[in-house]
Structure formats: C-alpha cells, structure tokens
Design a protein around this ligand. Structure first.
Ligand code: HEC
Length: 177
C-alpha cells in the first residue's frame, strides 16, 4: 500500500515537472514567433511602448505640438511671430533627422502604427521624411524673413508632407485614434 502511494506520489511529481517543462517550452516558442495569445500580446505591447516605438511616438507628438503652435499663429489665434515660427520649424527639422534611427527593422508590431511598407520601401520612407525636413526648412526661412505670405504657403506644404507620409507609411489600428 505504502509502495503504491509512494509510486503515485512520484508519478504525480513527474507529471507536474513534465507539464511545467512543456509549458515553458511552449511559452518560449510563442514568444519567439510572437503573438496572438492575449497575455503574450500584453507583454509585447508593454515592451514596445517603453522602447524605440515609444520614443518615436513621443517624437511625433512633439512634431505635432510644434506645428500646432505655428498653426495657431497662422490662424490668428496667437500673435504672429516669425522668429518663433522659425524656431518651431527648426525643432521639427531636428526631430526629422532623429527619425531615421527610430525605425529599426522589425518594430512595426502592435501597438505601433508603423506600416510594414516602411521597411519594404525604405527609400520612399526617407524621401517622405526629407520632404518634411525640406518644407520645415523653407518655413523656418520664411518665418525668419517675416514674410507672412510665404509662411502661409510653406506651412501648407509642411502639413501636406505629414499627410503624404502618414497615408502611405502609417496604418490606423483599431485600438488607437
Ligand atoms: C516620413 C514619414 C512621416 C512624416 C513625414 C510624418 N510622420 Fe507622423 N508618423 C509616421 C509614422 C510611421 C507614425 C506611426 C509611428 C508608430 O506608431 O510607431 C506617425 C505617427 C504620428 C503621430 C502619432 C504619435 C503617437 O503618439 O502615436 C503624430 C501626432 C504624428 N505622426 C504627427 C506628424 C506631424 C504633425 C507631421 C508633420 C509635421 C508628421 N507626423 C510627419 C510617419 C511620418
């Protein structure tokens, strides 16, 4: 009787270690391929939100904040100040240059809105980024010259450069705006 009990006990321990073992292996394999289990997704989302994806989202938000300041002056909601427009545009240029490093390959997964197209068409993506930097450069120059007409025109061009890239290289995912 005792022997049977001990045997069953050992069997139980054996089964337990076996199930833990295969569980770990299973977790590892889905971790590598990454994905669709909800708990796994949570971990991935957390990692990305604190990594390079978070950095580029913040960078993009800063670009958005700068262009908003400029827009408020153009629409007369804030007093027009060419030197402030120039300074804000120059900050956009700096953010633009940072960008190339903020899109390492393989970082297009949730929660990122970066399209895979960025990496299949890196040339087009950097072209779109250069377009933004060029538009911001012209806007900075027009602001510094205090040329209101030119500021308005180059502001529009800068805005178009955002949309031009987003349309192609950014995908809207349900969970985000
Ligand atoms: C060359 C491409 C490109 C250009 C130019 C560009 N963006 Fe983006 N933007 C992206 C991509 C890609 C994302 C998604 C990044 C991600 O989720 O990983 C993004 C995301 C954003 C976001 C959302 C950030 C967040 O918190 O998720 C804002 C805001 C934004 N862009 C504003 C702008 C503005 C304003 C401009 C123009 C002055 C601009 N972008 C120009 C590619 C671009």
């Amino acid at each position: 009787m005792n022997i049977i009990k001990r045997y069953l006990g050992l069997l139980f321990v054996k089964l337990l270690t076996l199930s833990i073992g295969t569980g770990a292996i299973h977790a590892q394999s889905i971790g590598e391929k990454n994905v669709y289990s909800p708990s796994n997704k949570l971990i991935v989302a957390h990692q990305e939100a604190t990594g390079v994806i978070k950095m580029r989202m913040d960078n993009m938000k800063s670009i958005g904040a700068e262009i908003k300041k400029i827009g408020a002056m153009i629409r007369g909601k804030r007093p027009f100040d060419g030197s402030q427009i120039a300074a804000a545009s120059e900050r956009i240029i700096v953010y633009g240059y940072k960008f190339k490093k903020l899109f390492p390959e393989g970082t297009g997964k949730d929660p990122s809105q970066a399209s895979q197209k960025i990496w299949t068409d890196w040339g087009g993506f950097t072209f779109a980024m250069n377009k933004m930097v060029r538009a911001a450069t012209i806007l900075a120059e027009s602001g510094r010259a205090g040329n209101v007409g030119q500021v308005k025109g180059s502001y529009r061009a800068l805005g178009k450069s955002c949309g031009g890239c987003h349309r192609v290289y950014r995908v809207k995912k349900k969970r985000r705006r």
